[in-house]
Ligand binder design. Structure first.
Ligand code: ZN
Length: 130
């Protein structure tokens, strides 16, 4: 069902400062930058895993709430699946609940859904179908 880690989502307060650190200090170039509503996103690729940096200064956003509660850092881990509807169905049968009842559009033409973190021992997990 789960093929590999697709990306690791990292909540940051200052996307531009984060990009400078990754590009200038770690020499890892940003491969893509975009905005989804009030969330600003940048991707850095390491091997075949992306880091997804997320900045959202709206205090009601999931990103701002994560930072207020836990500080900056890893916010979620995304697993690549071939068929997200099938994967969700298989997990629901096993009693797993989701934040997203059905797949929704994600970054870069993907379809995504977040598992409810109460099921997953403190790790917010996202399924991604490309
Ligand atoms: Zn993500």
């Amino acid at each position: 069902m789960i093929e590999k880690i697709d990306h690791i989502g990292i909540a940051v307060k200052d996307l531009e400062a984060t990009i400078r650190f990754y590009e200038q200090i770690l020499e890892l170039p940003v491969t893509e930058k975009n905005e989804h509503g009030t969330t600003r996103v940048a991707f850095v690729r390491i091997g075949d895993v992306d880091f997804e940096f997320l900045e959202n200064n709206d205090p009601e956003s999931a990103i701002a709430k994560h930072i207020a509660k836990r500080g900056e850092g890893i916010q979620h881990v995304a697993y690549k699946v071939r068929d997200i509807a099938k994967a969700m169905e298989a997990l629901k049968v096993k009693g797993i609940t989701f934040i997203d009842e059905a797949p929704r559009p994600g970054a870069r033409g993907s379809r995504i859904a977040f598992l409810h973190p109460k099921n997953t021992y403190g790790v917010l997990m996202e399924l991604v179908e490309r």
